[in-house]
Design a protein around this ligand. Structure first.
Ligand SMILES: [Zn+2]
Length: 154
């Protein structure tokens, strides 16, 4: 990942969101396993989240600007929308894909904002880092549990 990576988030008004039942998410097949895993990891941590039942659209796209690899657009009128760069997705390893998609669902499902805090070694403390800060991204199979604990703690 030598290119500067920019996560972009569009926050629009979302002050009055009505909960509706029986939504079915529209998620590209390639993204679905990660959405399901996000739900499983949430449930392991006591969060009753099933992304596939939420009002969300998620697509692999070629329409994002070159320096944008993922985007969550939260709309006052649902559905929220996740867009993932198709070229980036195809070039990523499984763990990199998980990181990118969990980051965007952190915005779109958990309603989290960016946080660029780092530990004493300079490593990012959260998946919700902006990609513009100075912390080092070290997400990997060996430490993902700690990052997921942090992600679902808010
Ligand atoms: Zn972001």
């Amino acid at each position: 990942m030598s290119l500067a990576v920019v996560f972009m988030t569009i926050f629009t008004l979302y002050g009055c969101v009505e909960e509706e039942a029986n939504h079915i998410a529209e998620v590209d097949a390639d993204l679905r396993p990660f959405f399901e895993r996000f739900s499983e990891e949430a449930q392991l941590r006591g969060r009753a989240i099933n992304v596939m039942d939420s009002n969300i659209i998620a697509t692999l796209t070629t329409s994002l600007p070159l320096n944008i690899i993922g985007q969550c657009q939260r709309n006052s009128a649902l559905p929220n929308e996740v867009k993932i760069s198709k070229a980036t997705f195809l070039s990523y390893s499984y763990i990199e894909k998980e990181y990118l998609i969990f980051h965007e669902l952190g915005h779109c499902i958990l309603r989290r904002s960016h946080i660029d805090d780092k530990d004493l070694s300079g490593n990012c403390k959260s998946i919700m880092e902006s990609g513009l800060g100075t912390c080092r991204r070290i997400y990997a199979n060996g430490n993902r549990t700690n990052y997921l604990d942090e992600l679902f703690s808010q």
